[in-house]
Structure formats: C-alpha cells, structure tokens
Write a protein that binds this ligand. Structure first.
Ligand code: AMP
Length: 460
C-alpha cells in the first residue's frame, strides 16, 4: 500500500514525496482511510509507530477553511514534537500550528491560538485558558495523544473537563499505547461509534537468523555501517533505510567507499529497478540499499546479512526485513544500528524478537580476526608442487623466515579505515538503555507529583 492509495490532498502527497516517506506504517494504513471517512477512532499505537502522521495527514487533508483541530498531549516535549511534525506535513497547505503548554507566555500562546488551524496543547494550560475565558475555540477535530500517559499523570479529570468546552459536532480520535479501563470508559463518553484499531503482535523467531544490535550516536551511523561491513565481509547483503532520500545517500556513500552497492526505491524507473534487482540476484551487486517498499516481493536467495541502518517503525517491518536472510535452511545475520532516540522502538521490537547487544569492533579487533583467519587458512593448505618449486627458488636468495614473512604480507592486505572506536561499549549501552527505562518511569511518577502539587496550590 502507498500513500497515493489514500484520498489525501495533492499538497500532502507532494510533501510526503519530498520528505521521503514512501510507505505508510501499519497504524497509518489502518487509521488514514477511516479518519478520512469521518469516523471516530480509538487506536492502540505507541510513539515511534508513525501515529502523528496517522492522524495528521488525513485531518490536514479534510480540513476546510475556518476549521480548527485540537491535539491534547501529556507532555510539553510531545506537544512540541507533534506541532513540528504537523507543520512539516502541512507546508504546501500553509497550515499554522500553535503549541500550548505551561510555564511559557500566555499572551503569545493566545495570539498563536487565534491564528492557527492546529492547536497542540498539554491539558493543564489548555484548561486554564478555557476556564478563564481567555480563549474560545470550537475545534472540528479533537485528538487525544498518548491517553494512557495522561491518565498516569493524573490528567483524566482535566481531560473530561476540557471536553465540556468543545462542540459536540466534532470528529474525535484517541491514541493510546495501552487500554486500561479508565481510558475505555473515557472513550465511551467522548467518542461516537468509534472504529477500534489494534496492531496485533505475534511472537516470531527464526532459528537460522542471528540478531545483533549496536548502540551508536546519530552521527556515527555511516562509520558504524562501514566498520561492520569491513568486519562481517558479507557476500550478499541488504541495507534497509527509512526513506528514499536515505537510500540514495547511503548507496552513494557506500559506492564512494569502494563497495559494490546500489540503491533500490520506488522513484526509479522500472527498467533501472529491474537492472538493479537482476544485478543483485546474479551476484554482480553485493549490497542492495533499499526501503521496505522497494524490497517487497524481492525474491532473492543467499542473502547473508540484513542491516537495519535505521530501526523500522513497526516490529512487523523488522520481522519482514530480517526474513530476507536465513532462508532455505541457510544461516543469516540481522544487524541493527540503534541510537538512544530509538530505544522505545527497540523495546517494542524486543517484545517479538530476540536481539543481542554487541560492540562495534575496533580497528585492532578487525586486524586480529583477519590474522586468525589467515592462520587457519595456512594450516589447512596442502601445498602443491608449484608452491614447493617457488620456495626452492626463493631459498637461493633468502632464508626461510624472510620468505615466510613476505608471503604473510601478501596475504594480509586488509586496510581498515575510520575511527579507532565507534559506538558504545556493552557496559555504556546497557547503562543508557537502563537509564532510558528509568527515565520513562520517573517521568510518570515525577509528573504525577507535580500535578498534585498544582492542585493543592489551586485549592489554597
Ligand atoms: P511518531 O510515531 O509519529 O512519533 O513517528 C516516528 C518517526 O517516524 C517520526 O520521525 C516520523 O517522521 C517518522 N515516520 C512516520 N511515518 C513514516 C513513514 N510512513 N515513513 C517513514 N518515516 C515515517
């Protein structure tokens, strides 16, 4: 399925093309058509699944002149993120967004609210503005984002109260990672005959595929990829990227670094695509750089390695990607590069797949492993007559040690470029992952505490 299969405005499709979104994520595939029809929706989807686009794109497409949309998010960070994303999608529609949260100027926010089509707000500040009569909005579309987080943070009553200020004639969407009872109850009172969207997860494992992940910083992606290619030396591999832009960029980068790499994505004409696929099948191309869409239906055996340059949005896409290797009883390896920003996506994938944390080898590690391989190779050789003849001739000029050293030099030609160390050590990575888990928990506890403090202050 493609974005052009939906009845989205041409300004949106053009923009998606430009941003490089090629294929709708699962939640987008399910939610966009239903939202376009005007139905209310309850969707079970976490951050990182592409949920902002899942509601943002259809609403931007439907929105008539003079209409407004209100998005309610639990935190200021999420409000800013959603606001930026909507603004990005709406470039050719000239859409304005207002971001509304506590601790920042009232006057400026009130002005922005009046002149914006999309208002993205945290519950506390929004209710404040509504109750004091400082703003009067009549949104045609209301979206609750991360509803379960809002519940955890003690915002449920605020949310219920906010709905007293919005018109009944509206389309309402509720997004939540989990569906605890109070959220189900809330859904019953604020949504009309909603369509429920859940993305089911099933446990999938393939014994033949070894799955590794490496924790790096964003600016290390390319170095990490090259280093791992140098180390693993795959004979046939696919590097998966999220967007068409990334595909072009990485394919150029790898070719520039001397690899037999070619990109594959939907913007290439049919002939060119077929050439690339044929080249990959016939072992003329070692590395195929592709988006999920382009690789769909690609039937190639003997793929030894799958690289996730970025983690995919859905765990299902992960499973789909790595299933390109380890086919027909052969061994395969799936390698994912993960930045701390992607830890949430990682933990979703880890619910259905078993990934082992690894360290990116240093230049020294690669050299050592090369030496071991050479020693193994030499031990297994049964010398031919010609070889004996060569050594006998050389012996007229050199002693045996010198001859042996010269041969070893011929075998060890491997040059490894790049930084000595790339990415995090296992210890560092484990610490970072744990810290991110703790932060998520703390964020909930901390915010709940500060909400209680606020309500105490108000009562006084
Ligand atoms: P979200 O779940 O809305 O926070 O989105 C997670 C990230 O995925 C954001 O950086 C989006 O820009 C990106 N994204 C969302 N949908 C797609 C898509 N269909 N293709 C590629 N990237 C996407």
């Amino acid at each position: 399925m493609q974005f052009s299969d939906f009845n989205l405005k041409k300004e949106i499709l053009k923009r998606l093309e430009e941003i490089g979104f090629e294929k709708p994520s699962l939640v987008q595939e399910k939610a966009i058509p239903v939202i376009l029809q005007g139905r209310d929706v309850v969707a079970q989807a976490q951050t990182g699944t592409g949920k902002t686009a899942a509601f943002g794109l259809p609403i931007l497409s439907k929105m008539q002149k003079g209409e407004k949309a209100l998005v309610i998010t639990p935190t200021r960070e999420l409000a800013i993120q959603v606001s930026e994303e909507i603004f990005r999608f709406g470039k050719y529609l000239g859409v304005h967004t207002a971001t509304v949260y506590g601790g920042s100027s009232y006057a400026r926010q009130i002005k922005h609210i009046a002149s914006s089509e999309f208002i993205v707000a945290t519950p506390g500040r929004l209710l404040d503005l509504l109750k004091s009569g400082r703003i009067d909005i009549a949104p045609k579309y209301v979206i609750l984002d991360e509803a379960d987080e809002m519940l955890d943070m003690g915002f449920l009553d605020d949310i219920k109260e906010i709905f007293k200020f919005v018109p009944n004639d509206r389309q309402t969407l509720l997004f939540s990672a989990t569906m605890p009872n109070p959220i189900k109850e809330l859904a019953k009172t604020i949504l009309k005959n909603p369509e429920f969207i859940t993305i089911t997860k099933k446990q999938v494992t393939n014994e033949n595929i070894k799955e590794y992940f490496y924790v790096i910083d964003e600016n290390e992606r390319k170095d990490a990829l090259i280093r791992l290619l140098d180390y693993k030396n795959p004979s046939k591999s696919i590097v998966f990227c999220r967007t068409k832009k990334d595909v072009d960029d990485i394919a150029d980068f790898l070719s520039g670094a001397g690899f037999d790499a070619k990109g594959l994505h939907g913007d290439m004409d049919q002939r060119r695509r077929e050439d690339v696929i044929k080249g990959f099948k016939n072992d003329k191309i070692e590395i195929l750089v592709a988006t999920d869409v382009a690789a769909r239906g690609l039937d190639v055996n003997n793929v030894t390695h799958v690289f996730n340059y970025h983690l995919p949005l859905d765990p299902e896409s992960y499973v789909h990607r790595i299933g390109r290797t380890g086919r027909a009883g052969k061994e395969g390896m799936a390698i994912s590069l993960v930045t701390p920003h992607e830890f949430k996506a990682l933990s979703r994938i880890q619910k259905i797949a078993k990934l082992t944390l690894k360290e990116i080898p240093s230049i020294e590690d690669i050299k050592n492993s090369e030496i071991t391989k050479i020693i193994d190779k030499i031990s297994s050789i049964d010398p031919s007559e010609k070889a004996i003849e060569i050594v006998e001739k050389l012996q007229n000029e050199y002693d045996l040690l010198t001859i042996a050293t010269k041969f070893a030099h011929m075998l060890f030609s491997k040059e490894v470029d790049g930084k000595k160390r790339i990415g995090k050590s296992i210890k560092e990575a484990t610490k970072l992952i744990q810290r991110s888990k703790n932060q998520n928990n703390d964020r909930r506890r901390g915010n709940r505490y500060s909400r209680n403090k606020n309500s105490r202050r108000k009562r006084r």
